[in-house]
Design a protein around this ligand. Structure first.
Ligand code: UD1
Length: 410
């Protein structure tokens, strides 16, 4: 049995790791252990609980006003105290957060193989998003098995010199989580949202929280929402991130506008229900960049640059930046031009087909099979054993668009 330690700290890491953790818990070949760093304290706990996951270890490193360096240092120190006892066969980290970087580094220093979920995303600018682009690049340097969600993310890694046989294309587990959530979404328990079911207006779900959006850009986004709310027959719902950099701007500007509803962060399944009901999504969240297009919701991405260009190439998401006039213009086009709306309102499989979890498990199992052959060099092992995961079984909705990034049989 392979002991796999998942290290995670934020809401999106919880959402995207949960399907894999839960599948592994049912699989006798694995013993999954969940270590929470507590980076997004409250949102992490409630999200994990929704998936029925209780962390085995809670490092609880967060304190108010900590710097990025302090958080990173504290996670590494806390993990160092635990990793020897855990005797893990591998550590799984996800994405690009401080927990990801610190978890990978601590594992590497303990000579424990690092498995990177959602590997290979690149914006191409080391400073943007900060510090996420640097985090994911640094983690790639010390990763033993790179689980890339798309052909593009796989190609990024190979272009950077990662051995091809260490990279597996799996699809993004967010689509697996999304499908589960959509199928199991409870009715809204927030009174402000109950009426949405019978609300015949067009619903826009809007949110912003990224570091790059703090300050003046956040004021532009808030001003844009006020302007968009002037359109007839529109209702804007804004789940407000807990961060004060968001609330201090959004609450005074958006409160009291009759067709803007501000709500606290929603449980994942309720948020998915809200996205399902939405006509348009306007957000700077990476999750929304993947989930909106997967659900066929036209998505305006409040960023200048992205490491997730697939849906933009497929035409269902648009990078619109954070300038109020531009955001208002793009929203107006979607609200007033039915042809343009229809063009963007197509569900795409750019990020996954909902079966990533199985491929992740297969890839990890294969990784151990090769390790047990007595070599750490997977490339060597692959040369002597032709066994490969059969990705040709992955068929995704055919499309005439050659620009659509899809899984390729390897
Ligand atoms: C600024 C930041 O930290 N960005 C990182 C974060 O992105 P991201 O910007 O997606 O992080 P968020 O905190 O917005 O989490 C997004 C997830 O939360 C869910 N949701 C959102 C609102 C709500 O009320 N309830 C709810 O459950 C969404 O469905 C989505 O799945 O994680 C990504 C990994 O996937 C990273 O690549 C990003 O670099």
């Amino acid at each position: 049995m392979h002991k796999i330690v998942f290290i995670l700290g934020t809401r999106p890491e919880a959402i995207k790791c949960a399907p894999v953790i839960n599948r592994m818990k049912e699989d006798k070949r694995f013993h999954a252990i969940v270590v929470s760093t507590g980076q997004h304290r409250e949102m992490l706990d409630t999200t994990l609980a929704e998936f029925g996951i209780k962390p085995d270890i809670d490092l609880n490193v967060m304190q108010p006003q900590q710097t990025l360096s302090q958080v990173t240092h504290k996670i590494i120190a806390a993990l160092t105290a635990r990793l020897d006892d855990l005797a893990a066969d591998a550590v799984v980290v996800h994405g690009d957060t401080a927990s990801t970087l610190a978890g990978a580094l601590a594992a590497f220093q303990h000579r424990i193989p690092v498995i990177h979920l959602e590997a290979g995303l690149r914006s191409g600018n080391i400073s943007s998003p900060f510090p996420e682009e640097a985090n994911r690049r640094l983690v790639s340097q010390i990763t033993d098995l790179h689980l890339a969600p798309t052909t593009r993310s796989s190609a990024n890694l190979i272009r950077e010199g990662v051995c091809e046989s260490r990279v597996k294309i799996t699809g993004n587990t967010v689509v697996d989580a999304l499908r589960w959530a959509a199928a199991n979404a409870p009715t809204f328990d927030d009174n402000a949202l109950v009426d949405l079911i019978s609300d015949h207006r067009r619903i826009i779900v809007a949110s912003a929280h990224r570091r790059e959006s703090w300050g003046a850009p956040m004021r532009e986004i808030a001003a844009a929402l006020v302007e968009i709310a002037r359109n007839d027959g529109v209702h804007i719902v804004v789940p407000l991130h807990k961060n004060l950099a968001v609330r201090d701007v959004m609450v005074p500007v958006l409160s009291g506008i009759p067709n803007i509803t501000l709500v606290n962060p929603l449980p994942y399944r309720s948020f998915c229900r809200l996205m399902l009901r939405a006509d348009i999504i306007i957000s700077d969240s990476s999750g929304a960049e993947e989930e909106g297009p997967s659900l066929g919701k036209p998505t305006l991405v409040l960023r200048d640059i992205t490491e997730r260009p697939e849906a933009i190439e497929a035409g269902t998401a648009k990078l619109v930046g954070r300038n109020a006039a531009r955001i208002v213009r793009e929203a107006a086009t979607l609200l007033r031009d039915p042809e343009e709306y229809r063009r963007m309102a197509r569900p795409v499989d750019s990020y996954g087909d909902g079966n990533a979890t199985g491929r992740v498990i297969d890839a990890i199992n294969e990784f151990f099979g090769l390790e047990e052959m007595g070599t750490n060099d997977i490339r060597l092992a692959n040369n002597t054993t032709p066994r490969q995961i059969d990705y040709s079984a992955v068929t995704i909705v055919p499309s005439s668009s050659s620009a659509l990034v899809r899984y390729q049989p390897r």
